[in-house]
Ligand binder design. Sequence first.
Ligand code: SF4
Length: 262
Amino acid sequence: MPGVAANYAVMKQAVETGFSDDMTSRSGMINNSAKKVHNSKKTVLSPEFQLLIARALSAKEVNSCMGRVVAAPTAGASGIMPGVLYTLQEQHQLTNEKMHEAMLIAAGIALIIEHKSSLAGAVGGCQAETGSAAAMAAGAIVYCLDGTPEEIFNAVAITIQCMLGLVCDPVAGLVEVPCVVRNASAVAIANSSAQIAIAGVDSVIPVDECVEAMGEVGESMESRYKETALGGLAATTTGQKIAKKILIHDIDILPDQEPTSD
Ligand code: SF4
């Protein structure tokens, strides 16, 4: 599986890059949050959980700072699979081969979601991006821990139930806020859903119906909640101020142009 192996290597590299390089985005909205979480002396979570969250932030910040990532399934959600898989492999001493198989399981989950719903924020809101990535990751976790196919699909279904309805509202139209922190919350939901499913808890609503519900919710969302930056956080007073500032800055740095005569 050379393609899968290469993608997994890029994912792990993105996690490392986010910790080693300066992760300040051009807008300034993203400013090394992975390092801050990783190095925080004040802890809310277990050390393993803290590292998981930091890794998801790390890989996603690489995307927001125009670095190299694997879109899984999208660039906006590119911290979720790396954060989850990297941490899972380390905690359970899993082989690379096992991780590559888990990537294929995750890809299969994404194909099902794409077929019955959507993977794009512009079509289905953020539930379709970070929600799908979390569902992929939850299924991959259960697979790696020798869960049954039924448990894998329960993990996917439970994840979708938790992410349903999330709107896409990037401030200033940049894939930074709230995208980066949503990658962190999505890995938490992926792990909790995997834990619930592998313990034998049933999703009650079957996975196919959960995916269809995601599609139905996405279809009924107003366009201002689908990557247009016209609703939600993007439409807040602060969000609008930031958008205006970035627009003025971008105009200022445009190269001088010769005036044209009409
Ligand atoms: S808010 Fe929109 S752009 Fe950001 S991660 Fe979610 S779907 Fe992608």
